[in-house]
Design a protein around this ligand. Structure first.
Ligand code: BGC
Length: 733
């Protein structure tokens, strides 16, 4: 495409029509999130954009067709981050890209990389971590995967959309240092390493201006300092002034409508919008279109490799489970008779609500997964759950949803224009509502009976959350319900009396309160919201077919209100102040000596690893960290090696330590050893002093460990003072 030539031939109205999305739901791919406008006269096609982080979200049914358009529900981003495994995340990205390609999607609206500032963040499951390095690196792997098949990826939501409460209007007040070191940093790393095609501006305001109307953010930082050359779009309906958006640096207003286009045309005519700016924005849209598969003439097969992708979804889920506790309870032999408690064992939650929801062909529940692997689960207990009216409600919702789609596909109405948002979201919302409250009570006598008959108890605790709402600091959400607490207590008593173990499985979008009940159980496995293959993955980890190797990408607080950001959360509708500044997550807990329930980077395995032979060298602009990791346990497993750096005391306040590198080993057999090499660019040591980036001179401690508080080896390295400008050019200090 000769973009300059095309621009010359376009009217200003045509250029503006490229800048404003097509509005409504895309016609070409039913249930996708949006599309750009075509200009037939110039052979410019419209391209299609679809959510989301856990897979391609489109409608599974279409009018007048009996074909289905299911997509694979992959593990959510919190699970991907818990793997700490860049290659598995890249594989997930590639599989998502392939499904997008096969369904005619040009640009994926993922990954999302906002920061887990508070455990209650309603979309935390769609975000990676509290740490910008882990977020940025995992996001890069995801983007590389998606884009390797010719589909674009979009980093979202830029920036500081870290809560759902008042997300459309709230003004996030945050220091430039915290912004640059934490909230922007994840995006900066992902842009530098993976060159995403697009970035999406968030709903919230940032230091007084809507992010999508914030010239400092979109033009100064993103374009001028970071040199981002992809396309910048709005979140759906973000901001309040399209003219300001275009001026500030937005190339594409989504989903767009004719009203907005009219406004922009008038603004141009009255001299409020410069043609030069319009040209620059339209050029970015043309560049995106020219890279797209649609422009290249690709015809969607509508036959993605769902079987192959299910395997990838399984692999990533298995690696993202985090074993918090294990007192000789796991793994279990195949012959074990399992008493399976909790509704979530029978209807396991695969993902969250809203735009991150994926229509998969199925979700394998934990019960189904165990049965498939030949494990005997207690049938009487199973009946007690599955014959309960609550269970019917869930089943009926699924059936109802399917019926509505089927019925409407026979008529000429286009149900997907209004139904998916309402039905799809209300079905899952109902699930959420009843799910938390569904205390299917199990008779004491049955608990006593199964404790005698079965070998082990597994209790699944499920929660769901989603776009538009934060989680709540109440029983049934962050806290257990009285019924759940009772159940754990009774099951624990009954099974322990028989000398049998109790395992808790946490099927949750982000942490819940754990300290009050964790001593009652022998093992705790966190599976988060791990996608459609959940049951199979859980079964294999319980059976020891695979050792758990996930580590927490967040700090698990003892008390919700010990989370530093809870001091100002949720703010008032008008604003929230990020008072904790750079002390987010472990940066706070470690610096101010607060004991978490489980620290950042924590996670157990069925085997043990020995760390040795650390060497740390500074070479040019890098710190090279070498060590050996050996499997000294009885089973195969993988280890996540983490490198934290502790800066010398200097002029700037610094966190106690910060994650600067990590590596996931290959699968190590007992006695097998791997040489681990981790490189840390010197610029990663820099802090922002208000004007520039400074690496203060002195002796840095290189702390290598299995978690942020399980440091196994410490090395030292002398670094001279170095300063960088905001574009990372070296300058004199
Ligand atoms: C969400 C985005 C999503 C968009 C399109 C918005 O409400 O915040 O994450 O990509 O909708 O569905």
């Amino acid at each position: 495409m000769d973009i300059e030539e095309i621009l010359k031939n376009m009217t200003v109205e045509e250029k503006l029509s490229l800048i404003v999305g097509g509005g409504g739901l895309p016609k070409r791919v039913v249930g996708a999130a949006g599309e750009t406008r075509a200009i037939d006269r110039l052979n410019i096609p419209s391209i299609v954009l679809a959510d989301g982080p856990a897979g391609v979200r489109i409608s599974p049914f279409r009018i007048g067709s009996s074909d289905t358009y299911y997509a694979t529900a992959f593990p959510n981003e919190i699970v991907l981050a818990s793997t700490w495994n860049l290659s598995i995340v890249e594989e997930v990205g590639r599989a998502i890209g392939e499904e997008a390609r096969d369904y005619g999607i040009d640009v994926m609206l993922s990954p999302a990389l906002n920061i887990h500032r508070i455990p209650l963040g309603g979309r935390n499951f769609e975000y990676f971590s509290e740490d910008p390095l882990l977020s940025g690196k995992i996001a890069s792997a995801y983007v590389k995967g998606v884009q390797s098949v010719g589909v674009g990826a979009t980093l979202k939501h830029f920036v500081a959309n870290d809560q759902e409460t008042n997300r459309m209007i709230i003004n996030v007040v945050v220091s430039e240092r915290a912004l640059r070191e934490i909230y922007l940093r994840a995006f900066e790393i992902a842009i530098e390493e993976s060159k995403p095609w697009a970035i999406m501006g968030s709903y919230n305001k940032l230091n007084g201006k809507y992010a999508v109307q914030n010239e400092w953010l979109l033009t100064k930082v993103l374009r001028e300092e970071w040199g981002f050359d992809g396309l910048v779009m709005t979140d759906w309906g973000a901001g309040d002034n399209p003219i300001e958006q275009v001026k500030a640096g937005i190339d594409l207003i989504m989903p767009g409508n004719d009203e907005i286009l009219k406004k922009l045309i008038e603004a141009y005519k009255s001299g409020l919008l410069d043609e030069k700016v319009i040209n620059e924005r339209a050029k970015k849209v043309l560049e995106l279109v020219s890279k797209s598969l649609t422009y290249k003439g690709h015809k969607p097969s509508n036959k993605p490799d769902l079987e192959g992708h299910a395997k990838i979804a399984y692999e990533a889920a298995v690696e993202g489970f985090v074993l918090l506790k294990n007192e000789n309870a796991l793994p279990i032999p195949k012959e074990t008779r399992v008493a399976l408690f909790g509704l979530g064992s029978y209807i396991t939650v695969k993902g969250g609500l809203g735009s991150g929801n994926v229509h998969s062909r199925y979700t394998i529940s934990i019960a189904d997964g165990l049965k498939e692997r030949g494990v005997k689960i207690d049938e009487e207990l199973e009946r007690a759950y599955t014959s309960h009216p609550y269970f019917e409600i869930f089943r009926n919702y699924t059936i109802l949803l399917k019926r509505i789609y089927e019925e409407s596909s026979k008529s000429s109405i286009e149900p997907h224009r209004f139904l998916p948002p309402i039905i799809e979201r209300s079905a899952t919302l109902a699930y959420a509502y009843f799910g938390a409250k569904a205390e299917i009570e199990i008779e004491d006598s049955l608990i006593e009976k199964v404790a005698k008959e079965d070998d082990i108890a597994i209790i699944t605790i499920s929660r769901i959350s989603g776009e538009g709402f934060d989680r709540m600091p109440v029983k049934g959400d962050f806290y257990l319900t009285d019924g759940e607490t009772e159940l754990i207590r009774k099951v624990s008593n009954a099974f322990h009396k028989q000398g049998k173990k109790v395992v808790a499985i946490l099927n949750i979008p982000s942490p819940i309160e754990i300290v009050s009940w964790r001593d009652l159980v022998d093992a705790i496995l966190v599976i988060w919201l791990p996608g459609q293959e959940v049951g199979r993955a859980v079964a294999d980890v319980l059976l020891g077919v695979v050792s758990p190797s996930g580590k927490l990408p967040i700090t698990w607080p003892k008390e919700l209100y010990e989370t530093p950001a809870m001091r100002t959360y949720p703010g008032v509708p008008q604003y929230i102040v990020y008072e904790e500044d750079i002390y987010v997550g472990y940066r706070y807990y470690d610096t101010f000596s607060v004991e978490p329930a489980y620290e950042f980077g924590y996670g157990l395995s069925y085997t043990k690893f020995d760390y040795s032979d650390l060497s740390v060298m500074k070479e040019n602009d890098k710190i090279k960290v070498n060590l050996k990791v050996k499997n000294v346990g009885q089973r195969e497993g993988k280890e996540v090696v983490q490198v934290y750096v502790r800066a010398p005391r200097g002029k700037l306040n610094k966190p106690f330590q910060e994650l600067k590198g990590f590596y996931k080993t290959k699968l190590l057999r007992p006695n097998e050893e791997e040489n681990v090499k981790i490189e840390i660019p010197i610029k990663y040591l820099a802090s922002f002093n208000g004007f520039s980036w400074v690496v203060e001179g002195g002796e840095y401690e290189i702390r290598v460990g299995a978690s942020s508080r399980d440091i196994r080896l410490i090395g030292k390295v002398e670094v001279e003072e170095i300063c960088f400008d905001k574009k990372w050019n070296k300058i004199s200090c």
